[in-house]
Design a protein around this ligand. Structure first.
Ligand code: RB5
Length: 141
């Protein structure tokens, strides 16, 4: 189960991503927001981060205007490694090296076509499991 959330700045891109997840047969839970009305990204960043940290969902996707605010929020929750990625190289590397459990993006930064490829890369790349990467993740914790 994928947890997904956005503020108003990420709402439109979130709709595209949810449609894509449905087409792919990937289950998700939408933690809001539910319209383009102005709202506060910390509410949705926290909700998704807690769903992932608590084990309710395996991974999360968060979108605000830039992806910055919402990733800062998510990374305050213990156990969360939220990565702001707008390219497939970063999405692959953060899964392989950081075992990132949340992907953050900016709906005002990236177009939907590219964003869906980043999502696909993030969701289908496994953590390498290398000793040095495990050690570094433990150092973060
Ligand atoms: C909202 O206008 C905007 O500040 C927010 O979506 C995000 O970009 C914050 O980092």
């Amino acid at each position: 189960m994928i947890a997904i959330g956005s503020d108003h700045g990420g709402f439109a891109l979130k709709q595209e991503i949810m449609k894509y997840l449905e087409e792919q047969g990937i289950e998700y839970k939408d933690y809001g927001c539910y319209s383009e009305k102005s709202c506060d990204y910390p509410v949705y960043g926290k909700a998704v981060a807690e769903a992932v940290a608590g084990g309710e969902c395996e991974k999360g996707i968060l979108i605000c205007g830039t992806g910055i605010g919402i990733s800062i929020v998510a990374n305050k929750v213990p156990g969360i490694r939220a990565a702001l990625c707008h390219d497939c190289f970063s999405a692959q590397a953060t899964r392989e090296h950081n075992d990132a459990n949340i992907l953050a993006m900016g709906g005002r930064v990236i177009g939907p076509g590219h964003a869906l490829k980043v999502v696909d890369t993030f969701l289908h790349t496994e953590f390498s499991g290398d000793e040095r990467h495990i050690r570094r993740i433990q150092m973060i914790e």
